[in-house]
Design a protein around this ligand. Structure first.
Ligand code: SAM
Length: 230
């Protein structure tokens, strides 16, 4: 199917609002409807990607219709354990905010999420592990006023992601023109979203991605067999 100009503009508009410095880390969050809802919120707020640590031996992760395809637009990066995940994120400059309703936790409304922010969420049943809690820079909670002790994990995710966006918008630092991504990363994603088959072929062939013009057309002649794929 040819790339329609409207679709190309939509890809650009979404990438213009993406933030590489806002993410979530899920520790053993496994239920398909929760994973789906979380990725959908990441996409909606503009988080570039998400991270997960899974229990050993669990079957491949699945999504349900709640995701509305957002798993295609927000990659979920797997890590073998919480230590590795934390160290990867910390090396990228993220501040890690664990979510836990403990005595030492801080009300999320008193926290600053305008810098590189990773929210860390625990399993549906058990919450955040002791090990994970020990590794966090800060532990925060969303105050509860009802009979039930905690929120559904996807609701907690959405609350915090949108609080971060709200704070960034007030400070005038929420990206609107692609400033949230490195230029080469932006261009790479634009090509992958616009022409996934061409991107796959380039990767297979170990070739650099072709450039796109303002209208979203490929600026390079490709072999006929590749052209036929899109
Ligand atoms: N029994 C678990 C516990 O004691 O933590 C409840 C887990 S809760 C259903 C799943 C995850 O959602 C939690 O680990 C946390 O990441 C997040 N969560 C739920 N309610 C929250 C709240 N009020 N504040 C912060 N995080 C919350």
């Amino acid at each position: 199917m040819p790339l329609l100009p409207r679709r190309f503009q939509r890809f650009k508009s979404v990438l213009n609002h993406r933030m590489a410095d806002l993410t979530v880390l899920l520790e053993h969050v496994e239920k398909p409807h929760n994973l789906s809802a979380i990725l959908r919120s990441c996409d909606a707020v503009g988080a570039l990607e998400a991270h997960a640590v899974n229990l050993d031996g669990r079957p491949l992760r699945t999504y349900n219709s709640t995701a509305q395809g957002s798993q295609k637009w927000v990659p979920l990066n797997d890590h073998p354990d919480i230590e590795t995940a934390v160290s990867v994120l910390r090396n990228k400059g993220f501040q890690l905010f664990g979510t836990y309703l403990g005595m030492d936790a801080k009300d999320y409304r008193d926290c600053d999420f305008t810098g590189p922010t990773a929210f860390v969420f625990g399993a549906e049943k058990w919450g955040l592990s002791h090990r994970a809690r020990d590794l966090m820079d800060e532990i925060l909670f969303i105050p509860m006023r009802g009979m039930v002790q905690s929120l559904n994990v996807s609701v907690a995710t959405s609350t915090l992601l949108f609080e971060s966006l709200r704070q960034r918008q007030i400070m005038g630092i929420a990206p609107t023109q692609g400033e949230g991504l490195q230029p080469n990363h932006y261009q790479r994603l634009l090509l992958e979203w616009s022409y996934p088959e061409v991107a796959a072929w380039c990767r297979e062939q170990n070739k650099p991605y072709p450039a796109l013009n303002e209208a979203g057309e490929l600026m390079e002649e490709l072999p006929r067999t590749v052209k036929l794929r899109y």
